[in-house]
Unconditional design. Structure first.
Lengths: 384, 686
């Protein structure tokens, strides 16, 4: 049996460096997964950003079929996020002591570096990345004036779309980007930056940027319904709308998930409000391939932050049933192509990944372990 | 996670301080008969006469070189120093892999650790006023408290030798560093009075390679210099001693820039610190007419004020914050010789500390807490087997009552009511030392339990991102060590050798770490760490030559992962050789020439908990020469002789060539250390 395990590890490319491999067969749910063939319904691996925020982090690859983690495959910064766009994975390293405010890219598959790690400058605090039809890379700079334009091949920031006029403090806090043709949509938080609480000034905005003009310029804006947009825009299943979480003042009122019609340049109001989650604000949400929605509802001012996982129906704007899972320090969701939901759990005593499969089976006990706690937001991408 | 890392740096630099109890001095058990031998205050521990492994570092001050307390502590095995920059920068000490907050630091018996944060910034203690430094590693005397998981450092100020003495020194050097020390000691009637005044300052504007925030892209690196890294500090100390009584007054003021990380240098953030203390110690033999009964008592009051300002919101938003602390305490020790071979000591202790702060911009109180501590320690020293074996059981009980007032809730933090908390902690210890038939060789062993209470900020903070938790458990640790000490005069007393080797182990539970979450960082009790290692040291003095060397191996691993704890090197070594020689030539007969060479190294150091970032072997060299004629000495020093500023850091999974990224040498990530520096010192003494 021991020999068999070694053979399997070698086949997974880990035998030469066993300390970087984490076996998860001792967890409750994993026992039903281990040894199972890789699912044919989608991507076969999950790339997970991990960090304890005190030192630079890294990314691990989790084999969805073999239930096995190969740790430390990519070096990341102290506060990293990952985003897959086409055949590239982009890494945004946000404010950190050593590896900060930069962007880099890797090829899918293989994770070979594409271009150079590119600095965005002190205080840029990148939150989202998008690629234009011309291949140019745009980065939302939460702490900057707007959107940076970078040339990864040269390793240089080549320009900036200045949106500072939209916020009295000159920092409009862009959090999410989307490209449609030659138009870049930039969701702005419009927060008060001169304190450390980042309170919203009022409803957020979407800046509409014309990429066809040279240089790219602000074409128009439209107001959002809610305040304090957080996270990225997610396509609403079966529609052309985008959805984004609105945190308001984190009190649990006036929050929810807002529906945005980019083409029509209009907010369509809340798809689901915090009233539906018993006055908790929605931290993250995701849809599985069959259109099932899941959301994480955070209890305001709980320490540590209490999170409840609900199914929800985006059409009716209601949660479905009772909370599937309740925990603390769980903060991020990602859905694979097999109808399964992956949850990042940062709790100090049991950090790792949690999994909800299509039948609702979940690993309630110890999370599938990762080498460091998974990043709390936008830290999971699926790879072939 | 916005700005969390910056906030962590702020907390590190701006809030460093921590609380503990006073030390009474223990008369030594002496063989073959038990007697109270040393009645001087601040009796010096002896490596062969104390059960704990202790290093005593003697300071020659005002010295002939520009030297900090941190540099001097490298002379002790088991001690690790980390700094955020050069002279005057935040300096944290670790003993046997502990955190800074797990090391108790005393200045003439006055505890410098404050309840707000815990750790002591050693850059706020000038070296030149000290006579000696006592470093207790792993095990500490009961009088130095229970909150000493790593150990304790007792700093002893200079006392008068002879009828009068005076000294002065002035230094100048690289990065605009300047320093002036004045010392005067004189007998005034029955009193020995000393006065010490010191100024030090630096621009701290050393050059470094700025990585531009991209560790994997060296093409965008550029030459930069440290900004807002200056400091000025004044230290004054008055002391009066007569037989059995000592009165001290000291004040320390420092204003400094808070420079931020290399990539995000901060231009305007400033920190001003003011610390003042009064203390009195008294001791007497033959208490209550009983010849075998001796006593010691100490009282102190210490205040600290810290003012952090960041008007340009460079770090965390506009900040104008003033924090105060006030601590008063007293301790006593009564010691009774029971027959010829036993000493019993009872040591009560009481300390009260208040902490409060004002947010001048919000016009609100930011934190208000107080803690009262009472402790009682019972020590028995038993000499057996014709006094060749000494057994020293100790039991110490600490009671704490901590209260915090309700705070203004942050955006994400829960509204807190007034908090009350009580802790009762027992720290039993047992020491054993055996005098072997080989003269000068003593075998020692110790085991003991220590703890560290959560700080006020751990419990009550409500600072936006940092949110306290009142239900934290104290950190606790079982420490043990065994080893041998050899001390002997050689060559008819002209030379002396002290050698030491020890194995140590520790098991720490309930470590307090900050967990970063959505817009908050909260403290939690995590699993512990297990450490073991070996310390060895050699000190040799022969005529005017001296050699000090030590090596420490440390294997400290997190219990939950089995990986090495970040920031704690597996190997540390230190060598210093020095000497003075009178010039025998006719014209130069009144002159003497001296110098030193010093090297430090460490290896097996990881930057992260996952052990994916490993630093290469680090070496540091310094050299100095000085010439003396009469009362005057002129010295020149070169620190970081080889100008080591960059290193190839292994980063697993990075795109750097061979996964090795060129990075500035730093103890704390993002805070580069200075390169080669030159200093000149002119000193005078009589």
């Amino acid at each position: 049996m021991k020999r068999l395990v070694i053979v399997v590890m070698f086949a997974l490319g880990c035998a030469s460096d066993g300390k970087n491999c984490v076996d998860c067969k001792d967890t409750a749910l994993a026992s039903s997964l281990c040894g199972a063939p890789a699912p044919a319904c989608g991507d076969s691996t999950l790339l997970v950003a991990e960090s304890d925020y005190t030192a630079p982090g890294h990314a691990s690859v989790f084999d969805l079929g073999a239930c096995h983690t190969k740790a430390n495959v990519l070096a990341l910064g102290e506060d990293p996020v990952l985003k897959r766009i086409g055949d590239q994975v982009y890494v945004l390293n946000r404010e950190g002591a050593t590896d900060a405010d930069n962007v880099k890219a890797f090829a899918v598959p293989g994770l070979a570096p594409q271009g150079k790690q590119t600095s965005l400058g002190k205080g840029a605090d990148p939150y989202d990345v998008a690629v234009g039809t011309d291949g140019r890379v745009y980065v939302a700079e939460f702490g900057g004036k707007g959107v940076g334009i970078v040339d990864l091949a040269q390793g240089q920031k080549t320009g900036e779309i200045d949106l500072s006029s939209l916020d009295p403090d000159g920092k409009p806090n862009p959090v999410a980007l989307a490209v449609r043709g030659n138009t870049l949509y930039v969701v702005l938080g419009l927060l008060v930056d001169d304190n450390d609480k980042y309170t919203p000034r009022g409803p957020g905005k979407v800046a509409v940027v014309d990429l066809a003009s040279s240089p790219a310029k602000l074409a128009s804006t439209f107001a959002l319904t809610g305040q304090n947009p957080t996270g990225w825009m997610v396509p609403e299943p079966g529609t052309d709308n985008m959805l984004i979480a609105m945190w308001n003042d984190l009190s649990g009122s006036g929050a929810g998930i807002e529906r945005i019609d980019l083409a029509g340049q209009a907010s369509k109001g809340f798809a689901i409000t915090s009233d539906a989650t018993d006055h908790r604000y929605i931290g993250d949400f995701a849809f599985t391939s069959d259109g099932t929605g899941y959301l994480l509802a955070f209890t305001p001012k709980s320490t540590p932050l209490k999170a409840d996982l609900f199914r929800f129906d985006v059409k009716t704007g209601r949660t479905v049933g009772a909370a599937i899972f309740t925990g603390s320090s769980i903060s991020s969701l990602a859905a694979d192509g097999c109808g399964r939901l992956w949850i990042s759990d940062q709790s100090k005593d049991k950090p790792g990944l949690r999994l909800i499969d299509g039948s609702g089976v979940q690993n309630q006990g110890r999370a599938l372990p990762t080498a460091l706690p998974p990043a709390f937001a936008q830290g999971m991408v699926f790879l072939p | 996670m916005r700005r969390f890392v910056r906030k962590a740096a702020l907390a590190l630099i701006a809030l460093a301080a921590g609380a503990r109890a006073a030390r009474a001095q223990q008369p030594e058990l002496s063989v073959p008969e038990v007697r109270v031998e040393d009645t001087r205050l601040a009796a010096q521990p002896q490596p062969t006469e104390d059960s704990p492994f202790v290093t005593v570092i003697h300071v020659t001050a005002p010295g002939t070189e520009v030297r900090s307390l941190a540099e001097t502590l490298a002379e002790s095995a088991g001690v690790q120093i980390r700094q955020t920059g050069g002279l005057g920068a935040y300096t944290a000490v670790s003993i046997r892999g502990s955190s800074s907050a797990q090391v108790a630091v005393f200045l003439d018996g006055v505890p410098l650790n404050r309840g707000a944060v815990g750790g002591v910034d050693l850059s706020t203690v000038p070296l030149d006023r000290l006579e000696r430094i006592e470093v207790y590693r792993g095990q500490v005397p009961a009088e130095l408290g229970g909150q000493a998981i790593g150990g304790a450092i007792n700093l002893v100020t200079r006392g008068l030798r002879g009828a009068s003495e005076s000294a002065a020194s002035a230094s100048y050097g690289s990065f605009g560093t300047r320093k002036l020390d004045l010392y005067r000691g004189q007998q005034l009637g029955l009193w020995d009075a000393t006065a010490f005044l010191s100024y030090a300052g630096s621009e701290g504007d050393f050059g470094f390679r700025n990585l531009n925030g991209t560790t994997e892209n060296s093409a965008d690196d550029f030459a930069d210099y440290r900004r807002n890294n200056d400091f000025d500090q004044l230290d004054a100390h008055l002391s009066a001693r007569r037989r059995g009584l000592q009165l001290s007054a000291q004040t320390f003021w420092k204003q400094q820039g808070v420079p931020g990380t290399e990539f995000a240098q901060i231009q305007t953030a400033r920190l001003d610190s003011l610390r003042s203390a009064l203390s009195a110690q008294a001791e007497r033999n033959g208490l209550a007419g009983v010849a075998a009964l001796s006593g010691h008592a100490q009282a102190f009051v210490i205040t600290e004020r810290r003012h952090f300002s960041d008007p340009a919101a460079d770090m965390v938003g506009p900040t104008d914050q003033v924090d105060w602390s006030l601590a008063v305490g007293g301790s006593g020790r009564a010691q009774l010789a029971v027959g010829q071979h036993q000493l019993l000591a009872l040591a009560p202790e009481v300390t009260a500390e208040w902490q409060w702060g004002d947010d001048r911009l919000a016009q609100a109180s930011s934190i208000g807490a107080w803690r009262v501590q009472g402790a009682l320690a019972l020590t028995d020293t038993i000499a057996l087997a014709s006094d060749r074996v000494v057994l020293e059981p100790v039991v110490r009980a600490d009671l704490y009552d901590t209260r915090g007032s309700a705070q203004l809730p942050g955006v994400t933090a829960p509204a807190m009511g007034d908090i009350e908390r009580s802790d009762a902690v027992l720290s039993p210890r047992l020491g054993l030392r055996v005098r072997t038939p080989l003269e000068g060789l003593v075998v020692k062993g110790n085991v003991g339990r220590y703890f560290r209470l959560p700080t006020f900020y751990d419990l009550y903070a409500n600072l936006g991102y940092f949110v306290g938790r009142p239900d934290l458990r104290p950190e606790s640790s079982w420490n043990g060590d065994v080893g041998a000490v050899y001390e002997r005069a050689l060559g008819g007393g002209d030379a002396r050798v002290v050698g030491e080797a020890a194995f140590f182990a520790s098991s720490t539970q309930d470590l307090i770490a900050y967990q970063t979450g959505v817009r908050t960082a909260i403290p939690v009790n995590v699993s512990g760490a297990t450490g073991r290692g070996v310390e060895s040291s050699l000190a040799l003095t022969a005529r005017s030559l001296s050699l000090t060397a030590n090596y420490t191996f440390l294997d400290l691993r997190a219990d939950d992962t089995g990986l090495r704890v970040a920031g704690r090197p597996a190997h540390e070594g230190y060598v210093r050789v020095g000497g003075d020689r009178a010039l025998g030539w006719r014209r130069w007969r009144a002159w003497s020439l001296g110098g030193y060479y010093e090297t430090r190294l460490n290896a097996g150091l990881y930057a992260d908990a996952a052990n994916t970032i490993e630093f290469p072997l680090r070496t540091y060299h310094a050299v100095g020469v000085h010439v003396t004629r009469g009362a005057f000495t002129l010295g020149f020093d070169v620190k970081n002789l080889l100008d080591a500023q960059l290193e190839q850091v292994f980063r697993r999974g990075s795109a750097c060539p061979d996964q090795r990224c060129l990075s500035p040498i730093a103890d704390f990530g993002g805070y580069p250390l200075p390169g080669r520096a030159f200093y000149a010192t002119l000193s005078w003494k009589e």
